[in-house]
Design a protein around this ligand. Structure first.
Ligand code: HDE
Length: 714
């Protein structure tokens, strides 16, 4: 199954070709009913006279309305809002020393994938820039069956045991009496829960970090979170942690931007992914593995089975083993993105689970939820969910069965079916579970090796750059500031103080509250009624690693600027030569330049040529762009000066630490805007050289400017 990667809409791989048999288009065809009868009138129902009552007999009307009435299916209980794309995975090196999974051992294969990114808490129609963890779910259509790597964009999760999942989700979802707030964690029920469950603090800090407001899905890391197993052909196992590293670096917007983007373009991430793929700027990630010998299971200060902990890259480096490229948008959102069903239990020979109690619970939940979401047990037959290899077993019937199973024998063993379908030996590719020795009591409990809730959050905070710390402090102040109950805020402050004094003090100051020395209730409420609270008391933070640069977004900037967007502010008479020089340099590097003028239609340059306007000033906002460029041209600048929104546009870009370039006469706008307040700023340019703008785009933002921008009122 060798598929050469091809481009854009025409990009194909074995799965996209497989989907073609289900693709339908009415181009050049008659309209018909679902029974294939040609339709003669699609605008008028059948009536008893021109102004008479509609007749029940109208099978065309009844069919159309009935189908419409049932168009909606339940949205996902979590991760309802998402976007997806097709692509492929390509392996760099043969990993058969560790695994027998074909897509990880055969470097000649191109494995088709379908990837869905999502937010967690919001409804299907919620805005993309909610402060939230992002889902990063990858379906590999391997030759040996479907493998789903259903991960998130943070390396840890909120809870340690599946038993608590409904609780944390109920806490973060809109409060049940008023169904407020939508797609937002800044409310009392969420913090009531978090403040009583110190295990949640670590992932919560990631949710308060810039990771929770990404610039683009294309600029996010992905993590499998749990420790899984790789098992080789000899049956030997290694533990493994999965990582996705984006080629474009890891970048985020500011909170002020996020709030405004949600109003200006609630589909910002969805549009960004779609547009980048349509333009041929295919997002790319490398698959990284942290491989851990079984003998090292108890070597670390934390438990590898605890999903609230990551394995620092300083302790086990991430080995880059392949790449994932997304090169084709879906043909139909509902059929593909909405109906795709991921499941961490979809594994192939060569990969296996561990006893992580969160993972074990997930193994139950995903099929269960699809049963109600997709309406029955045959959802694996929906085209996007079908494996590439054929399916044969004795499962039968149920709603919407597509397969026509032949023969009398739907049981095994049988003679009437010739013993078919027959079993596969391990050497023939049959899945065999890893034989793990388990001795122990049946017990409803949690291991005390899961009790260190503070060391890794402290390490995370220490590892951030000063601007990332600043953003996190502000995020805590915002979220807790939105809560009503002081006792909840105070419990949170006490918890933050266990992690980092600076963090707790800065947040307390912004809330106008003191940090309590102790809190009344036992900290850990996640234990049984008869358990000894002292046994489960969280242990004080340890310092087993001072810093891990991999945890920060500040150390791994990228040079890739594909599909970054630059706003070019112009009016009639703008300097065409300067603009074209900038445009030709940046567009060659994949940057998208938008001409923004006071009106739509076309705008005339100083060479009397008309240029199509990409957006009229009233239809767009500064927050939708990565940088601003204003070419000179006296008449153009005079006209722009008369537009109040122009200064707001520029000042907003400055406040959000973006590159802004003023050419020639545009320097008058430099004078009128806040730009003049930033002497020597490395991303504010007078007579900007295109190479400087490209460089500033690659650095994403000049975060050093941020502390000096408080006075900018936008
Ligand atoms: Fe999920 N999760 N989850 N989750 N999850 C779902 O399955 C669940 C967890 C993740 O784009 C649901 O099909 C439980 C961790 C992603 O379609 C549901 C627990 C991680 C997606 C479910 C977890 C994830 C889901 C809802 C705790 C990161 C979206 C719809 C034991 C490693 C997949 C669905 C997509 C979706 C249950 C925890 C990632 C209800 C019970 C940890 C990316 O089955």
């Amino acid at each position: 199954m060798k598929n050469e990667p091809t481009a854009g809409k025409s990009a194909t791989n074995a799965k996209t070709e497989d989907l073609q048999q289900y693709v339908s288009s009415g181009d050049g065809k008659n309209m018909t009913t679902n029974q294939g009868v040609k339709i003669n009138d699609d605008a008028n129902s059948l009536k008893s006279g021109e102004r008479g009552a509609t007749l029940l007999e109208d099978f065309i009307l009844r069919e159309k309305i009935t189908h419409f009435d049932h168009e909606r299916i339940p949205e996902r209980i979590v991760h309802a809002r998402g976007s997806a794309a097709h692509g492929f995975f390509e392996l760099y090196e043969d990993l058969s020393r560790y695994t027998r999974a074909g897509f990880l051992t055969d470097t000649s294969r191109i494995t088709p994938v379908f990837v869905r990114f999502s937010t967690v808490a919001g409804s299907r129609g919620s805005a993309d820039l909610a402060r939230d963890i992002r889902g990063f779910a990858v379906k590999f259509y391997t030759e040996e069956g479907v493998f789903d790597l259903v991960g998130n964009n943070t390396p840890v999760f909120f809870i340690q045991d599946a038993m608590k999942f409904p609780d944390i989700i109920h806490a973060v979802k809109p409060e049940p009496d008023r169904e407020i707030p939508q797609a937002a964690s800044a409310h009392d029920t969420f913090y009531d829960f978090i403040s009583l469950a110190p295990e949640a603090l670590h992932n919560h800090m990631w949710a308060m970090s810039d990771r929770a407001i990404p610039r683009s899905y294309r600029m996010m890391e992905g993590f499998g979170i749990h420790t899984f197993r790789l098992v080789n052909a000899q049956g030997e196992a290694h533990f493994v942690k999965f990582h996705w590293k984006p080629k474009l670096g890891v970048h985020s917007v500011t909170w002020d931007e996020a709030v405004k983007i949600n109003g200006a373009d609630p589909d910002f991430h969805r549009r960004d992914l779609w547009d980048a793929i349509e333009a041929g700027h295919y997002p790319e990630w490398e698959l990284g593995l942290q491989i851990i010998p079984e003998a090292d299971e108890h070597k670390y200060e934390f438990d590898l089975l605890d999903a609230t902990k990551f394995l620092p890259e300083e302790l086990v480096p991430v080995r880059t083993v392949g790449r994932l490229v997304l090169n084709r948008n879906p043909d139909n959102f509902f059929a593909e993105t909405e109906q795709v069903a991921f499941h961490p239990g979809h594994i192939v020979p060569g990969i296996d689970f561990t006893n992580d109690p969160l993972l074990q619970g997930r193994l139950f939940s995903y099929t269960d939820t699809q049963l109600s979401r997709l309406g029955g047990p045959n959802f694996h037959e929906i085209p996007i969910n079908r494996p590439l290899n054929p399916v044969y077993n004795n499962q039968r019937d149920a709603q919407m069965r597509m397969t026509i199973d032949k023969g009398k024998a739907s049981y095994f063993p049988n003679t009437l079916g010739g013993g078919c379908p027959y079993l596969a030996k391990m050497a023939e590719g049959g899945f065999t579970s890893y034989e793990e020795r388990i001795d122990g009591k049946k017990i409803r409990d949690r291991s005390t090796s899961f009790s260190d809730h503070f060391s890794q959050p402290a390490l995370f905070f220490r590892s951030l750059t000063s601007w990332e710390k600043r953003h996190m402090i502000n995020a805590y102040a915002f979220e807790l500031g939105k809560c009503v109950h002081d006792h909840i805020k105070q419990r949170m402050l006490w918890l933050l103080a266990q992690i980092n004094a600076e963090l707790a003090q800065e947040v307390a100051m912004r809330l106008g509250l003191d940090i309590p020395n102790s809190i009344e209730k036992p900290v850990n409420q996640n234990i049984g009624a008869d358990a000894d609270p002292l046994k489960y008391e969280p242990v004080p933070a340890k310092n087993y690693l001072d810093k891990s640069e991999a945890l920060s977004q500040g150390y791994r900037l990228s040079a890739g600027i594909e599909a970054r967007k630059v706003a070019v502010l112009v009016a009639a008479g703008f300097n065409m030569d300067k603009f074209e020089k900038m445009q030709s340099y940046l567009t060659k590097r994949g940057v998208v330049m938008h001409l923004i003028a006071p009106h739509g239609g076309t705008v005339r340059c100083d060479k009397q040529m008309n240029h199509p306007v990409d957006a009229a000033l009233m239809t767009t906002e500064s927050v939708l762009y990565d940088a601003v460029y204003i070419p000179g041209g006296k008449a153009s600048i005079e006209a722009l000066k008369a537009e109040g929104k122009i200064i707001k546009f520029i000042n907003e870009a400055l406040k959000h630490c973006k590159a802004v370039a003023f050419d020639d006469e545009a320097q008058e706008l430099w004078q009128l805007s806040a730009a003049k307040d930033f002497d020597g700023d490395e991303a504010i340019f007078l007579n900007g050289d295109p190479a400087d703008i490209a460089d500033a785009l690659a650095k994403h933002r000049n975060w050093d400017r941020e502390p000096l921008t408080a006075h900018i009122a936008v």
